[in-house]
Ligand binder design. Structure first.
Ligand code: SF4
Length: 203
């Protein structure tokens, strides 16, 4: 307990007014110290994730560790380009994760297709299909850059500014319309989002 007290920035806490704001601050503070990352690699950037998580860069010292299933994970790293086939699986995976949940985009391909910008089967501008909280630029970004991304995400969480999951829910019709443009009548059923019906519309 003393260890935890030592780590809590009490000075920052003293400046927060209002009971609800204090509760939110404390919840977010604990939340950012415990980020479980889904072990799922999507592009060449995936090769940088194992050294980030293991002894050399030791992300666990920051409270970041791997999770085997989407149900247990808080963070999804999109670690590079996504073919249309993979995009489908990624959307399904993201919808299976419990909120609050966060998405990190690793590498230039995530933002604009990168070197696959004119590929016939690679999705460009992935934020049309999934809500991103943090981008890490580069081709390919090194583990230090990914750790920087995690630290930026933790800062956002502690400030209550990581709202990707809320954006996905609030703009679900827009996201689904974009997804439908690619998948047509081969859309995945949204049976993992109990607040959304795949035939369009919120519950
Ligand atoms: S940004 Fe570079 S390393 Fe990352 S997926 Fe694209 S080509 Fe691969």
């Amino acid at each position: 307990m003393d260890e935890i007290k030592k780590d809590i920035p009490l000075e920052e806490l003293k400046n927060i007014k209002g009971e609800q704001q204090i509760v939110d601050w404390v919840v977010n503070w604990f939340r950012k110290q415990s980020l479980w990352v889904l072990a799922y690699g999507t592009g060449c950037g995936a090769i940088e994730v194992p050294p980030t998580m293991t002894a050399r860069y030791d992300a666990e010292r920051l409270g970041i560790r791997g999770a085997a299933t989407p149900r247990q994970a808080d963070v999804l790293i999109i670690s590079g380009y996504l073919s249309y086939k993979t995009l489908k699986r990624v959307i399904r995976t993201y919808e299976q994760m419990q909120s609050p949940k966060y998405v990190i985009g690793l590498g230039s391909c995530v933002m604009n297709g990168g070197m696959y910008w004119d590929s016939y089967n690679t999705a460009k501008q992935l934020d049309k299909y999934l809500p991103f909280d943090i981008y890490v630029a580069g081709c390919m970004p090194r583990p230090e850059a990914l750790i920087d991304g995690f630290v930026a995400l933790q800062k956002q969480i502690s400030q209550g500014k990581s709202d990707g999951a809320d954006r996905y829910k609030q703009n679900i019709d827009w996201y689904k319309a974009n997804q439908r443009e690619i998948f047509g009548d081969k859309m995945l059923p949204s049976y993992t989002c109990d607040w959304y019906y795949s035939d369009g519309g919120l519950v």
